[in-house]
Design a protein around this ligand. Sequence first.
Ligand SMILES: [Zn+2]
Length: 123
Amino acid sequence: MKYGKRLYAFCGLILLSGIAGSVMVMGKPKTDNVSIVRDGEVLYELDLAKEEDRMIEIEYEGNRNIVEIKDHQIRVSDAGCPDKCCAKMGWLNSSVPIVCLPNHLVIRYSDRNDESTIDAEAY
Ligand SMILES: [Zn+2]
């Protein structure tokens, strides 16, 4: 009985670490390369590992996005769009891109070793 319980706990642990592992793989891409893209056009290619803390101002038809790079992370710190969803998304920390629909702005991880798949994406 004891052995059975332990085995059960052991299997649970393996299962949990497996789930945690796949979440991590799904979560943050293994790259520090970030692209800032508008309508399929790459405005900035950034290597967050090498980037100094700075602000990038991107304007689109009178609306502005203030992109902040801090401690090798990137986010939209302020935006001139009505919903400010992009600013509310916080730091880019997964393969889910930061998107500003009104300003046609996408901030996402890019893998330079995998450019063919990026090109294949329909934008
Ligand atoms: Zn926005």
